[in-house]
Every structure is written in structure tokens, then in C-alpha cells.
Write a protein that binds this ligand. Sequence first.
Ligand code: ANZ
Length: 953
Amino acid sequence: MEYNFREIEKKWQKRWVDQKTYKVTEDPERPKFYVLNMFPYPSGAGLHVGHPLGYIASDIYARYKRQQGFNVLNPMGYDAYGLPAEQYAIKTGQHPAITTEQNINHYREQLDKIGFSFDWNREVRTCDPAYYHWTQWAFECMFDSYFDTELNKAQPIDELVRHFEEHGTAGVHAAQSDESVNFTAEEWLAMDEAEQSRTLMNYRIAYKGETMVNWCAGLGTVLANDEVVEGVSVRGGFPVVQKKMSQWCLRVSAYAQRLLDGLDTVQWSDSITETQKNWIGRSEGAEVEFKIQNSKFKITIFTTRADTMFGVTFMVLAPESEYVAQVTTPGQQTEVNEYLDYVKKRTELDRMSDRKVTGVFSGSYAINPLTGEPIPIWISEYVLAGYGTGAIMAVPAHDSRDHAFAKHFGLPIIPLIEEADVEEESFDAKEGIVVNSPAEGKQSLDGFSLNGLTVKEAIEATKRFVTEKGIGRVKVNFRIRDAIFSRQRYWGEPFPVYYDNGIPRMIPEDCLPVELPEIKEYKPTETGEPPLGRAEKWAWDTVARKVVENARIDQTTVFPIDLYTMPGFAGSSAYYLRYMDPHDDQALLCQSAGEYWRNVDLYVGGTEHATGHLIYSRFWNKFLFDQGVSCEEEPFQKLINQGMIQGRSNFVYRVNELSTSDKPVFVSHNLREDYKDVTPIHVWVGLVKNDVLNVDEFRKWSPEYEHAEFILEDGKYVCGWAIEKMSKSMYNVVNPDDIVHDYGADTLRLYEMFLGPVEASKPWDTNGIDGCFRFLKKFWSLFWDNRSGQFLVDDADPGRESLKSLHKLIKKVTADIEAFSYNTSISAFMICVNELGQQKCHSREILQTLVTLIAPFTPHIAEELWQQLGQEGTVCDARWPECDESYLVESEIQMTVSFNGKARYQKMFPASAANADIEQATLADERSTKFLDGRQIVKVIVVPKKIINIVVK
Ligand code: ANZ
């Protein structure tokens, strides 16, 4: 019987569905293992061979763990909200739900062909109301919580309200947007409801806040930083300005320390861990107050180098800082306004990456608290509003940005620290001894001096000094910002929020989900409202407890609903929890399922999510952990980042000097230099095999090539090639469906893994796929004789050699799978199958184990052979074999026989042979007789396992 992959794969894919082979339920008898892929956004283009790389890698691991006796959860679903479907809807009027559904169906068809062990019964789609019910629910929980900085966890906001009623803000330990907010219990009780609501926004974990956004009026929406280049939108080129807008935000910053600490408890790559640490950006320093000359106002700055305070020669405010209005003098107003207008057009990214020095003097001076000296206050874009206090003390001798600024505007520079620290390259140096404090010729207040101290000591001494004087405090700052959580778009989760005379209120939990309303057009309204502003039935009736027509809004019992939708990361922040209990309509996750599955043991996905999804979902999980929903502080225990598969493009070479518009002439690759004017043109890789072009197919490919002529080499047209991004425009996209059709899913799976280490990026090279296909045919021929159609497997005792080949393989494959080194385990399979072939091994004992070993890689052929071997049930449950080391011990060793130190021949000995036996057997060997040639033996020296030297006269 021949290896008929088409029949085999169809048969088993159907059987897996019929027998629910991949359905998983909680089983307290077995340990759990949770494998997860980052779920895909179902794009219109479908899957190319790069997409399943990670899915195959995790599927192999999932199957391997199952064979080891684990109860494996391996789910799949769709990140189904997103911009492309919405843009398509704007262009064509097609409802994004329809295109999304079509794309999902296409994805599913493609995925099904590859033989994954997904439990589709647990599929989730983020755009499904039954799913986003729990996204909305989590948002409401965040709205109803604040972060207690002493307990280091989220707490009910009601408790904070009770505290305010009794004590005001005195003794409150809560993460907040504005730390300067202070009030007494009386003041709290005197506030009206709207004011109380505004005040609580300062503390809620999901809050409405005024934030700076990239506002693009042309597109009617806020844009992310990477959607803006040089002040215009990437799409459409519309002007983008920085604008303060009221947005929903999530207080991710409150979890900064926990997000940092958690990184020590997970097994992630060093590079992703580092990226996250930098993103969180913990920095220990001090806040110090500087009085403004002739004013009652003070400016608080954040510095990590309190020791340099004697070297401060000016101060700088972020252009957005609230201090700007307080310090700008009438004489400087026009200049300051002009500067603020300029900065509005700049994104934060421009401001950070540009080395251009810009700024304006405010007209005011501050007083250095250590020297009492006045220092000018400037405004510049290099100080960011969202970090620290948005104000700095500038020390041009020791900070490179301050230095550049001082040089540009001619401000003084005072060095404080000895030696090379003052050189431009070693700015920010934290080494060295302070030698110039206070600066020469200046007096310090209270005789405070740092001279002779190391920088570290000086930092500590200054922190103590300012704390004692009551003008400063020790402060830990984090770079991580709160997440902006609203978008002015249609295709996303609606907020379950209505506005009671401006006061945002949550739609009751038991009325969720609030479903996305229908609208006729998907773009912003003419008056600049988001697309949901077009909905006609988008009001909340608090009596009927349902969504009703806008016409009924009376601001008494019927109120307008929020027009924003949630961003892309909302739906992907807790999907791994929902897979544990996907059909529950009473809870996001019931306790028993949560306690059983706990968290993801192995998460596989791309590195592009290093700071987005992987930060937000960790934050979201920690919040739900505080709520008792999630059972583990960290959602993803181990993370593997698969590399990219690049495309291998092919080219034909058009000879311009010989071509006409309807009759192009193409020259074969190795002859192209014979012509002066040759243009390489991408050709669809499907027309090329082993770099040889199918010229007839090429002529049919496009009308312009119908009459093409070819200059051949050796009767063939050879194409050139290059490694490029896999993309439609380069005609190098390979569809997994085509590979499955030509070679089968098992070959595709094997080949994707054989290409190289999972984590490396590597080119797709169809030329190599035949090798994997031939290997599977060879594997098959250990069981079947193609010619006679005879099943070869016998019950004879396997020879020791075959057992050794097998156990070597068990050891290698087990270690390789654990290390995600699948490519090397496939080589090991190839070696083993060759060895068994040479040994003419058809032993059931060996082959049966071989099938269980290959099952995670190529499940279809494994199932078929498993059945042919007479096994019941699925090979998915065949126990993973263990290596018996005793078979690996070499039974024989090869030694060199020498005469007077000259090597003459090699001889095999039993590994356990004693020296005396070795000597005897050597002398008895015919070849020894020949080399002795009648001479007399003086002595025989045996070097164990290596040499026998016969010394002769
Ligand atoms: C004086 C000084 C002297 C500073 C010196 C540095 C070196 P990290 O480590 O990233 O936390 N800074 C503070 N707030 C800022 C803002 N909103 N925008 C831009 N820069 C800001 O950096 C903290 C340092 O960055 C602070 O310490 C402050 O400059 C500056 F030799 O104060 B330093």
C-alpha cells in the first residue's frame, strides 16, 4: 500500500471531529497543561505559510504533553474587532460583522486542513456579545475600584467613599492622577454629585481623564503615535494636533511595581523581559520644591540626581505643564504662545527622537533652595508633561540634554564633580567625587555641603536634607503611563455607560452585554462625533432597563449612551481566562475552572506584542486576580516568540533592448549579463519549481506576457531569487492550502519545523519540501512494501542495534521538544529511519514506539499506522516512551592495533573485554600474524579503549 496522504488526512480529520478527540474537560485526576497561541485577527487575505508556524510549534508541544499524561487545554479563537474591517466597511458599506464572519470562516477552513489539536468547542470571538459581555463587566469592575497603595491591590471604590465621608483625603493610600487633591470630610459632603463624581475619577482604576491625544480632525479620530509622521496622519496625510480630550483611561501605572516584580517569576526571553522593564521604567529619585521669585507659587521637580542641585543654572517646564500659565510674564506672553502653538504639532515621538533644541523663556525666576540664587525658568519640548512632575531643574554640566540647551541659549554651566564626568560623553555619570559644592564663590544655605562625598553618598545626603527641610521627598517614579482606553470608532466593544446630566454611570451589571448598535454609515458624523453618534437607538432607559430610541432621551429616566468604543487590546486582555470557561453566562470564569486551569503554561506568539498586549493583559489579569477571578498573579508562565517566515521571491529578466510592448523578451538568469539593459521583474512563485520557470504557465499568467519570448540556458528558463518579506506585491506568498494539496498537512507541519529553530526568522524555500515528503514515504515503507502491497511489520524480537537506534531517538526527541528545538529532532527522525531501513527492521516493538514519537509532529500518518498496527483508540493518548539508557551503552569498541608504534589495523572488541582477553584476541588475529612476519614479540601494551601496541624486535 502506498502512502496516500490525501485519503489518510481526510479520514483522520473527520474522525477527530466525530470522536471529539480534542474536546477537553477539567479532570482532577490528571495534571493540567495550558498551551496557547496569540489568537489571530482574521484578515481578508487569509493565512500564508508564515502564520501557522507558531501554531504548529505549540501543537507539537500540546500533543507531546498529552502523551505524557497531561490534560491539555489548547484552544483557538479570533481577535475579531479591528480597523481593517471597519475601513472596508467605510469604503464599501458592507457591515464589518459580515466581512469578519467571512474571514473567520476562511481562516477556519485553512486551519482545519493542517490537523491542529484545537478544542474548537471553546472558540471565542471578541466581537461576540456573549464574549464582550465580560469585557464590559471587567471594565465596570475597574470603574468601581481604586488601587490601595498600602495593600498594593485593587479595592472597592465604596470603601474610599466611606473614608472620604469620615476623614476626607487625610490618611488615604490610593493611586491617583493628581496627588495635589486634598479635601476634608466636610468639603466632600458639601460637594454636589457631579463634583463628587469628578473627584472620584482621580482614583478609579477605569476613569475618565483629560489626556493629550493625537487628534486628526480629517479622519475624525484619535491616532496612535505610530499612525502619525511629521505632524500628519500616515493614512490620508491629514494634519494632526496634540489636543486635550476627555478619554476613558485604565490606571495601569498603579500596577507598575507588580508588573515589574512579576517579570522575575515568569520564563520569558531576556529581550522581552528587558523591553518590559524599560517600558515600566522604574526610577528612584526625589521631588524637590523650588519657590518662584516674587510669587506665592512653587514648582515641584523630579530628579534622580539630587546631588547636582548646586549645579542648577535654570529650570525647564513641559509646554503642557500647568505651571506655564503661572510663570509666564506679560512681556513674554506672545513668544510663549507662539512656542506652544509650534509644540502642539509635534508628537511625543518627534519630541523624544529629535535632537533639535527649541525653547522659550517664561520671564520668571525660581530660587535654588540650596543657594537662594535666582535661576531663569524656561519652557521646552524636551521636558515631557506626562513624566515626573513635568518640570525639571537643569544641570547643564551633568545632563546632556540640559547641556545642549544651555549651549544653544547661552546659559551658564557649573561643573560639580571631579575629572572626566564633565566631558560630553560621560554625562549622567553616577561615579566620581563631589568637589565643587557649593559652586566656587557661592554660599550654601545652612553651610550644607557635599564636597568630598561620592555621588551616591551625595544623592542620599541631599535627599535627607530636603526631606528634613520640608521642601522635598524621596520618590519612585515609573515611566509607564495609564492606558487610553477609548476610540472614536465603530467596530469595537461599546462602553456600558450612560450620562446622567453629564455624570457617567454604569449600566447595571445584570443588563450586560450592551450590544453594539446598528448604524447606516461607519464614519464620524458631520458634526465630528464618533460613528456611534449616528445610532438612532442608543439611549438607556433606567426604568425599562434597556436600550431605547434617542428620541426618548429626557435626562430624567432616559439618558444618552457613551459614543466611544473600546480599543483593540480590550478583547485580547482576558481571552485566555475565557477559554477556561467559554460558555459561562453567569461569570467571566467560574471558580472551579479557574482553579483547575489557573494560567497559561506555554504562550506562543510574535515579539511585536512585547509592550502592548503583553503589558495590558498582565495588568488586566492582576486586576482580576485582586477580584478573586484569576487564580494566578501572572497570566503567561512561559513565553516563546516564533520568528518570521520570509518569502523567497523569484525574478524573470526582461531584456529591454529586445522587447516591445506586446512581445517582451526574457533572458535566463545566468545569461542576463550578456545584455546591457535588463530589468528584473517579480514572478509568482507558483510558476517556478526549483528556480525553473514554467514558461507556458507564465504566458497565461498575465495578458502582457501572452506573447513573451525566452532566451533559455540548457533548454530551461532559470529564474533569479531573493529573500524578502512575504507579501502579495512580491508574488512570493505561499498559501498553506497549496502545500497541503500537493504534499499533505503532515509534510507541511514537518517542513515548517524543519526550516530552522522556532524562534529564528527564516526564508520559506519550497525547494526543500520534497525532502520532508520523501522522508514520510520512507517512514511509511518501514511498515509497507509498496510493490507487493504487503504489511511488513513482524513480531520478531528486535535486534540490539534497532533498539539502540530507537532509544537514541527517544532521548534526542524528548530533549529537543523540551527545548523547542524541533528542527534537530526532525533530523534525528531522518537518521533513525535510515538506520532502521538499513537494519531491515520491521519489528512491531520498535515501529509502534516510533509511531508514538512522531505523532506530535505528523499526527495523520501516525494515527493511520497506529490503527494498522492494530491499536485501539487514538495515538494522541499513546504514552510517550521513555529512553532506556542501557541500550545506549556501546556494546563494542573499536581499537587500533600498532606494531612498534605504527598503526596497522582496527579491530572490534566487546566493551567489557579484559586487557588479557584483548591481548590474546589480537595476537590470534590473522592480520597480526601477517604484520609480525615472524619477528619476536618483546611486549604488548594495551591502552584501554584505544590502542594495542605490539613491540617487536
Ligand atoms: C537633574 C539631573 C542631573 C538629572 C543629572 C539627570 C542627570 P529617569 O532616570 O528617566 O527617571 N526629568 C525629570 N522629569 C522629566 C520630564 N518630565 N521630561 C524630561 N526629563 C525629565 O530620568 C530622570 C531625570 O530626567 C531627572 O533627573 C531629570 O533630570 C529628568 F546630571 O535632574 B535630572
